[in-house]
Ligand binder design. Structure first.
Ligand SMILES: Cc1ncc(COP(=O)(O)O)c(C=O)c1O
Length: 395
C-alpha cells in the first residue's frame, strides 16, 4: 500500500503509555478495559516534526523560562504560513493569542453574544460547539448537515431560515467528524446568508492543513466577499504538527472593534500571555514544518485509503467514506442494528478499541462512531483486525 520510503518513519510505534497522555492513559478507565487500543481523542501517535522538537530542546537548553514578550515573531510566522500554504493574506496585527481553540470558541461566544441569544451549529459536530453555547446560557440552533450518498452537505434552505433569528454561526472548516472540506461555492453561499442576516461567523479552521488529494482548504475569511468585518477565524498548529498538549492557538480578527472586544475578554480573564513552549513550537512548525507535513499527508491519506478498503472488504456491515480532510473517519454502524449503548460497549469490550461515541456529536450521530487514524499503520491494522473479528463473531 505504502509506496514512499521517506514516509516509512511514520510506521514507528512509540509507546505512549504512562506518558501522561489522555488518549492512552485515560483509555482503560474510560472504556473499561486495560487491553483497549485507543483511536479516540484527536491527537496523533507521531512525534512532532524534528524542527519543532529541536526548537523546543534549544529553548529548554536556554534554561530560563520567564514571561514571554509579545509574540510578533510568532504572528509573522502564522501570516507567512497562511499566505504561502493557503493563499490567505493576513496581517499580524489581526492576531490574538489564545490558550487553545476550544477556549477561544468559548471566549468568542461570551464576547459577541448575550445569554438567550441563538447560535447556529451544524451537527453532527465537535462536542464543544454545543457546550460552549449551552454552558453560557445561549441557545443552540441546529442546522443539521444532510447525509446523502455517503456524503454530507449543508442544508442552505434550513440555514436561511435559522439565520433570521441567530446572532452567530460556528463553522467547522474542514468539518469534524464528517471530514468534509467545504468548497468555495458552499462557503460563499454560507457567508452570503450570514451577511444578509447580520450573523457573525466564527470559523474553527484547526483542521485546515489536513486535506487530501482533490480537495482544497479555503480559509473562510480569504473569500472575496466583503465579509472581513464579520468573520473570526480560529486556528492552531496543534492538529497539523501534533502539539495539542502545548495549548497555543490564534484568533484572527481583521475588524479592529471586534478584535479589541475579544482582546478585552482575554485580558479580563488573565489569559493573554502565551506559554513559552507553545509559542516556540508554533513558530518552528510554521517556519520549518512544511516538508514534514507534506510527508505526513501522504501517510495519512494512505491510512484513510487502507481503512476504507479494509472495511469495505472485511466489514461490509460498517460503511465508511474516505474523508476529504482531517485524520478522523466517521463510521456508519447502523447496519449492526445495536442500540447506541450496545454499540459503544461492542467496540470497547468485544472489539477492544477505543472510539468516540457518535452521539456525543449530536443525536444525528446515532449509529455512528468516530475513529482517529492518525497513527502508525501497524496500530491501525491491529485495530481494524479487532473490529473485523468482533463483527464477524457476532454475526
Ligand atoms: C474542530 C476542533 N476544534 C478544536 C479542537 C481542539 O482544539 P484545542 O485543543 O486547541 O482546544 C479540536 C480537537 O479535536 C477540533 O476537532
Amino acid at each position: 500500500m505504502m509506496t514512499n520510503s521517506k514516509i516509512d518513519k511514520f510506521d514507528t510505534v512509540i509507546a505512549r503509555h504512562n506518558s501522561g497522555s489522555t488518549k492512552w492513559d485515560d483509555a482503560p478507565a474510560l472504556f473499561g478495559s486495560k487491553d483497549v487500543l485507543p483511536f479516540w481523542v484527536a491527537d496523533m501517535d507521531f512525534p512532532s516534526p524534528p524542527a519543532v522538537n529541536e526548537a523546543l530542546a534549544a529553548r529548554v537548553q536556554h534554561g530560563v523560562f520567564g514571561y514571554p514578550s509579545p509574540h510578533s515573531y510568532a504572528y509573522d510566522a502564522v501570516t507567512d504560513w497562511l499566505d504561502k500554504r493557503h493563499n490567505w493574506k493576513t496581517n499580524p496585527e489581526w492576531m490574538v493569542s489564545t490558550p487553545g481553540v476550544v477556549t477561544a470558541i468559548t471566549l468568542a461566544v461570551q464576547t459577541f453574544t448575550k445569554p438567550g441569544d441563538k447560535v447556529i451549529i451544524q451537527p453532527p459536530v465537535y462536542p464543544p460547539f454545543f457546550s460552549s453555547v449551552h454552558n453560557q446560557d445561549r441557545i443552540v440552533l441546529e442546522n443539521p448537515l444532510v447525509y446523502e450518498d455517503g456524503n454530507y452537505y449543508i442544508d442552505f434552505d434550513d440555514l436561511a431560515e435559522k439565520a433570521r433569528e441567530a446572532k452567530m454561526l460556528i463553522l467547522c472548516n474542514p468539518h469534524n467528524p464528517v471530514g468534509r472540506v467545504w468548497s468555495r461555492s458552499e462557503l460563499t453561499k454560507l457567508v452570503k446568508i450570514c451577511l444578509e442576516n447580520n450573523v457573525l461567523l466564527l470559523t474553527d479552521e484547526i483542521h485546515g492543513d489536513l486535506v487530501y488529494t482533490g480537495h482544497q482548504y479555503i480559509p473562510l475569511a480569504s473569500l472575496d466577499t466583503d465579509s472581513d468585518d464579520k468573520i473570526i477565524t480560529l486556528t492552531a498548529p496543534s492538529k497539523t504538527f501534533n502539539t495539542a498538549g502545548l495549548y497555543t492557538s490564534i484568533a484572527i480578527i481583521p475588524n479592529s472593534k471586534l478584535r479589541s472586544q475579544f482582546s478585552q475578554t482575554v485580558q479580563q480573564l488573565g489569559i493573554s500571555k502565551s506559554n513559552v513552549f507553545g509559542i516556540t513550537a508554533l513558530e518552528a512548525a510554521y517556519r520549518h514544518g512544511a516538508p514534514w507535513l507534506d510527508e505526513l499527508l501522504v501517510y495519512l491519506e494512505d491510512n484513510a485509503q487502507y481503512l476504507t478498503e479494509y472495511i469495505a472488504a472485511n466489514i461490509p456491515s460498517i460503511k465508511v467514506d474516505k474523508p476529504q480532510g482531517t485524520y478522523l473517519a466517521w463510521l456508519d454502524c447502523r447496519n449492526l442494528k445495536l442500540s447506541q449503548q450496545e454499540l459503544v460497549q461492542f467496540f470497547a469490550k468485544k472489539a477492544r478499541v477505543g472510539l468516540n461515541d457518535g452521539v456525543t456529536f449530536g443525536h444525528q450521530g446515532t449509529g455512528f462512531m468516530r475513529l482517529n487514524f492518525g497513527c502508525p499503520r501497524p496500530l491501525l491494522a491491529e485495530g481494524l483486525k479487532r473490529i473485523a473479528q468482533a463483527v464477524n463473531q457476532s454475526i
